[in-house]
Design a binder for this molecule. Structure first.
Ligand code: ADP
Ligand code: MG
Length: 692
């Protein structure tokens, strides 16, 4: 009998080759092996007669080999074997490629099961191409079954993996299940050993899904436990309490250059309530691009300043940090709230409109002195860059930060063990159900209404060369009106990660051709921080008409005079990303147009139509979700790794159940002191998340 933690080599009857395969897969224990779930299933449970078999559907036949022979081919080392199969109802052909050993293993007259999909070939007629075959006198893996299809690695064949998995599942002893039985009963989930049997050896199609749901549930449940546990532990230190100063709030609102929208007010007021608590705030403000999140954050920072403490305002890039500093300076000027900008290229202090450049040492000294609003990138989190009396950490464009940095924030504590409040902002609208799971430890404020007087961005899909020329015409007309334009290009080739080649080539092409005579400016990832700033500033100051850029312009950059955007090869971008990009325009009261150029005439542009239809980021996100369907949850955390191994977009229902269940447990036992088994699994999850 096998146990979960037994080495895989204990599995009965492994051949030397199979051992090698497992080593290749880096599978050490039986548990590791069985945790590899099938990607999908081929349903060969449909056992039929040749005369009645449906075309184009997976079937299994029990047949006698009538003929089997090698066909001559023109390519060397290419073997084609043709067989004629028959049962008492009729006969059908099958062809196999590059399996020369078949001629030794099978002889005319042998009885076999053949599983596959019969298709009608224009030249060869009806037949099977490389169907699976198994001797009819032994137990079968595929024939008559719902056969799992595993993610394959290297040299491993489906057949080998199926064999090994079956051996392991069949020999599994009563394994330990860390999920409390009440929860399983509540959720109608199978115990672990049953779940394993269901996913690896389903008898009917529903079994597989039932088994898989247990893995999704566990994954999300423990992720939530880990996240919340970390938070509950961190919260023990308590946060500095910031008193709400109503008179000041009124004054601040009155001095703003615009009137706050109701959603902005609501978000700010929720945050003020959080700031008053000794429990550290963890609030996510989500709102479409241009919805005005910055002022909400600025308002909070101002309130913290009133309370005598510091704020660290962090952006993903130097450009954005500089822009935020300028915005804050504008909002804060009437109140004499000091703003300190800390980037690798620029450091200055603005005290009520008086600006002083600072050396690195002076910057450190000022941070140590406290009661400051410091603006920078996440480098601000480093010990000697962090204000000594940090009470509030603001993270802009939160999805751009990796998981690691987010975790760092949760555990960021001051020398006195106090924990700063956290306010994060994202312009990636995430459907609520999903947001709750991904950011299960955060409270969410949503800014839906846009500031008044905004013109929605019109989006147009334009195909091919004629479409592109039309878009260039629009660019030229905008420039004639004194407005500006963005042109976004995709990366040309994988080696050009920073996009310098794409942008440089495009700018030369445009300068000598379609946009001759206009002032063009380049922005890509290869420029130094100083040069990027310079380019952005020049564009802001209208020293150029058109900014040719990679997706560097994706986040946050605010240029109200830019009214036209042209996105090259739009079909290569994700919907959410395109939505982000077009948010760079439409920030003033002038009409704005975003041209999505589908470069490839055959490209599938139906997907892009969503963007023509709606400007609501949440609707775009929902559509994106539908399109990704069963795809992985990769991409919301743009750190390059998938958050979950099993959960897919379509699992939102079970994910929220797992989350609720985790919360339920923690409500009664916030540090899991009475649930040691759960606690150690949660700790494990936390460590793996950190380790990657
Ligand atoms: P985002 O949510 O994308 O970060 P910003 O905070 O950069 O958006 O705001 C976009 C623009 O809208 C800025 O120029 C800002 O000054 C302006 N803005 C924000 N709130 C309002 C409002 N209530 N009324 C008018 N303009 C506003
Ligand atoms: Mg922003």
């Amino acid at each position: 009998m096998l146990a979960w933690k037994d080495p895989v080599t204990y599995i009965h009857g492994l051949t030397a080759q199979q051992r090698r395969v497992l080593k290749q897969l880096e599978v050490e224990t039986v548990g590791d092996l069985l945790s590899i779930l099938p990607r999908r299933y081929d349903d060969y449970s449909n056992l039929v007669k040749i005369a009645y078999m449906p075309i184009g559907e997976p079937v299994t036949l029990k047949v006698k080999i009538k003929q089997l022979k090698k066909l001559p081919t023109f390519r060397r080392r290419f073997v084609m074997i043709r067989g004629l199969l028959e049962d008492d109802s009729g006969a059908v052909a099958a062809t196999w490629f590059n399996q020369p050993w078949m001629l030794e293993q099978l002889k005319p007259g042998d009885e076999v099961y053949v599983s596959g999909v019969a298709k009608r070939h224009p030249r060869f007629g009806l037949g099977f191409a490389s169907p699976l075959w198994e001797p009819a006198n032994a137990e079968t893996l595929a024939a008559g079954n719902i056969a799992p299809v595993y993610p394959l690695v290297g040299q491993v064949t489906q057949k080998t993996l199926r064999k090994i998995m079956k051996a392991a599942v069949d020999d599994l002893s009563d394994i330990e299940d860390s999920m409390p039985v009440e929860i399983l009963a509540n959720q109608h989930l199978p115990i672990l050993i049953d779940a394993l049997r269901l996913v690896h050896r389903p008898a009917i199609a529903e079994d597989a899904e039932k088994g898989r749901s247990r893995f999704v549930f566990d994954e999300v449940f423990f992720y939530q436990l880990a996240l919340r546990l970390a938070r509950n532990e961190a919260d023990l230190g308590g946060a500095p309490q910031i008193k709400f100063d109503e008179a000041f709030a009124k004054k601040f609102v009155a001095q703003l250059p615009f009137e706050l929208t109701p959603d902005q007010k609501r978000a700010a007021w929720s945050a003020f309530k959080d700031l008053e608590q000794s429990r550290p705030m963890r609030r996510l403000v989500q709102g479409d691009v241009g919805s005005g999140k910055t002022v909400v954050a600025a308002f909070c920072a101002a309130m913290v300043y009133r309370g005598g403490l510091s704020t660290a305002f962090m952006a993903p890039t130097d450009i954005l940090a500089k822009q935020h500093a300028l915005t804050l300076q504008r909002f804060f000027k009437p109140h004499h709230i000091p703003v300190l900008l800390v980037t690798s290229s620029t450091r200055y202090l603005d005290e009520g409109g008086e600006i002083t450049k600072l050396s690195i040492q002076e910057t450190k000294n000022r941070l140590a002195a406290g009661r400051i609003v410091a603006v920078g990138t996440h480098a601000l989190l480093e010990r000697d860059q962090c204000p000594s009396d940090l009470a509030l950490a603001i993270v802009d464009e939160q999805h751009r930060f990796g998981v690691a940095q987010r975790e760092a924030l949760t555990v960021l504590e001051r020398p006195d063990k106090m924990v700063p409040h956290l306010l994060s902002m994202t312009a990636t609208p995430i459907p609520r159900s999903l947001a709750m799971t991904l950011f299960g430890d955060l409270d969410v404020s949503t800014i839906k209404t846009k500031p008044a007087g905004r013109q929605p961005v019109t989006t147009r899909i334009m195909v091919g060369e004629t479409g592109r020329n039309l878009a260039y015409q629009a660019v030229k007309e905008a420039v004639r009106r004194g407005e500006q334009a963005f042109i976004v290009c995709p990366l040309i080739d994988p080696s050009d990660k920073l996009g310098s080649k794409s942008v440089e080539e495009e700018i030369v092409r445009l300068r000598n051709g379609p946009l001759k005579g206009l002032k063009l400016l380049a922005l890509h990832g290869k420029l130094s921080a100083v040069d990027k700033d310079q380019a952005m500033n020049d564009f802001k100051e209208k020293k150029a008409d058109v900014l040719i850029a990679t997706t560097v312009v994706e986040v946050g950059v605010d240029i109200p005079n830019a009214t036209i955007m042209l996105i090259e090869s739009a079909e290569r971008f994700g919907l959410a990303q395109l939505h982000q990009l077009r948010g760079r325009i439409g920030r003033s009261d002038k009409p704005c147009v975003c041209h999505l150029i589908a470069t490839d005439e055959d490209a599938d542009i139906t997907r892009l139509k969503v963007l023509e239809r709606t400007t609501d980021g949440f609707e775009v996100a929902e559509e994106d979700l539908k399109i990704r369907g069963s795809g992985n949850l990769l991409g919301y955390e743009q750190s390059g790794r998938s958050l979950f191994r099993y959960a897919r977009f379509t699992d939102v229902g079970i994910m929220s159940q797992a989350r609720d269940q985790a919360l339920e447990i923690l409500k009664n036992d916030p540090l899991l002191k009475n649930n040691q088994t759960l606690r150690s699994r949660a700790e494990e999850v936390r460590q793996t998340a950190h380790g990657e």
